[in-house]
Design a protein. Structure first.
Length: 400
């Protein structure tokens, strides 16, 4: 009579194509050496990604579970749970792509490339990740919201996707060879409007990783400039279709409506109009914990309405993380609820504690771009757009 070991050895030899000597046969008290029937019973209690990952442990397990994999092939987003499990066990130069639904690998990447953050042709041609164009055309839930969605509020040319946050976290956890730096997320844009030349807008964003909470904190700053002789242009306008309305250019979060933004902005502008020097107002969204500071600043012959916001994205492990979903570009972002523990820390305090550039330094730097149109000397023309507006006149816009 054959021993149990001989029977198992014979079964494995049929799977592997050769008879194994006893020294090479996996021990019965290990996962690899368990009888086939017991392995199948165990995996009946595992989720799909569990037994797919087990099947990749060695050739015997792959042979046992291969029929299951082939009988129920995973397609599209159904692959993601398996890919995320595999990513945790692979070297850090592999990462899950939520657009291609495969594992990407990159080598000798130092994070210095722009990685498709703006909409320029350069990004699409020279970006080291070939699928960046797919991300730009992908679902809204994978894009970070920087401005009011829709054609009226499209004042920010910068685009940040979950991919960029994902790779910034990789670099933080594994070192500079495995992702992009938070400096790569920094961006400053100046926009002019030929149909209303006294109007200029500026947008900037910078990000830093907080080492204690291991989370990504982002600071954005919106500015609207007018001449000091026309301060009332900073007040909101009644027509919602007016894209030059400050409440359309400036964005706080998905929970603050356009009308509420207009109230908050007008509160500070009216304080300036009544003679208050350097008026400001701080507001915190009770739903997403976004902190914003609204100010009116004089700078030479210009007057600037300034809104600075701070948010804390946390570690952002997947696009299903509530702290990503509540800030993403999806229409239902305003319906997401955060855990009360995620609302405790002030994102402004967290960011300013780790940022080498203070709020005052950022404000001064951004204001300086408007002095003598300095932005034309230090920035490249990113986008030039000419269109015919509803009145039939030609309307042109420059973005630097």
């Amino acid at each position: 009579m054959q021993s149990g070991l001989d029977i198992c050895s014979l079964a494995v030899s049929r799977l592997w194509g050769r008879r194994l000597p006893p020294s090479e046969f996996p021990k019965l008290n290990t996962l690899a050496g368990l009888p086939v029937e017991l392995l199948l019973s165990i995996t009946d209690f595992l989720p799909l990604d569990g037994w797919v990952c087990i099947s990749l442990c060695n050739r015997r397990l792959f042979a046992i579970f291969n029929h299951r994999i082939n009988s129920a092939p995973l397609l599209g987003v159904d692959k993601l749970p398996v890919l995320l499990r595999l990513e945790r066990d692979l070297p850090p130069n592999y990462f899950t792509c939520h657009i291609c639904h495969i594992l990407h690998k990159y080598d000798d990447y130092d994070g210095s490339e722009c990685f498709g953050l703006s909409g320029s042709v350069y990004d699409l041609v020279y970006c080291p990740l070939p699928c960046i164009k797919k991300w730009k055309e992908g679902p809204a839930r994978l894009e970070f919201r920087l401005s009011e969605p829709g054609p009226i509020g499209f004042h920010v040319y910068h685009r940040v996707f979950f991919l960029h946050i994902q790779l910034a976290m990789k670099r933080c956890c594994y070192g500079e060879k495995y992702g992009i730096s938070t400096e790569a997320l920094s961006y400053t844009q100046v926009r002019t409007y030929s149909d209303e030349p006294e109007f200029t807008s500026l947008f900037s964003t910078d990000a830093h990783m907080h080492p204690e909470i291991l989370g990504l904190c982002i600071r954005t700053q919106h500015m609207v400039f007018v001449h000091c002789s026309k301060p009332k242009l900073l007040l909101s306008r009644p027509k919602i279709t007016d894209a030059k309305d400050p409440s359309e250019i400036i964005y706080i979060c998905a929970h603050v409506s356009r009308l509420r933004r207009a109230e908050l902005l007008d509160l500070v502008v009216n304080a300036y109009l009544t003679g208050e020097k350097g008026p400001s107002y701080t507001f915190t969204c009770e739903k997403c914990n976004t902190v914003c500071l609204i100010e009116v600043c004089e700078y030479g012959s210009d007057l600037a309405l300034v809104l600075t916001t701070w948010i804390n994205l946390g570690p952002v492990l997947t696009p299903d993380d509530p702290r990503w979903k509540i800030y993403c570009n999806s229409p239902d972002a305003s319906e997401v609820t955060l855990d009360p523990n995620d609302l405790k820390d002030s994102p402004r305090v967290l960011f300013e504690n780790v940022s080498p550039q203070s709020l005052e330094a950022l404000r001064s730097c951004n204001l300086s771009y408007l002095k003598g149109q300095r932005y034309k000397k230090v920035m490249s023309l990113l986008h030039w757009h000419k269109s015919i507006c509803s009145s039939g006149q030609i309307e042109a816009e420059d973005i630097y």
